[in-house]
Design a protein. Structure first.
Length: 134
């Protein structure tokens, strides 16, 4: 492993001695600064993109809560808003296709779970179709 002194000697031999060439050092620092500082346009585009995602997630969570409470008469829908936001978060980029895949996958998974509960019950000595709550 080369020491710091060996590295400095290699840099000097290859014309990279920045200590004796302050003009080159200033040029390199200016280039580094221009590459590393995002422009105002970059920042604004990032804020707009994230704001759109946040608004979509909020709207999806709100709509799913309203639909479940009004149509399905569930007084405390917790899973619906979480599923809506999770679907949007997982589908960033390939929005339509991935959203459809997630909706189909969740629907099939819930259907399989419901069929298992109908056939085998909820476990631990219960009969098929019995409720775990009194």
């Amino acid at each position: 492993m080369a020491s710091k002194r060996d590295k400095a000697a290699d840099w000097h031999r290859n014309g990279l001695n920045l200590a004796t060439d302050p003009r080159r050092l200033a040029e390199l620092l200016a280039e580094l600064r221009s590459r590393s500082v995002p422009t105002l346009r970059d920042r604004w585009n990032r804020v707009r993109y994230n704001l759109v995602l946040a608004l979509q997630a909020g709207l999806a969570a709100g709509l799913s809560w309203v639909i479940v409470t009004s149509w399905l008469k569930n007084p405390d829908p917790v899973f619906a808003p979480i599923a809506a936001v999770g679907t949007l978060a997982a589908s960033v980029g390939q929005r339509f296709r991935r959203t459809v895949e997630l909706i189909i996958g969740v629907t099939v998974g819930i259907a399989i779970g419901e069929v298992f509960i109908l056939l085998f019950g909820i476990g631990g000595g219960s009969s098929p179709g019995s409720s775990p709550w009194p």
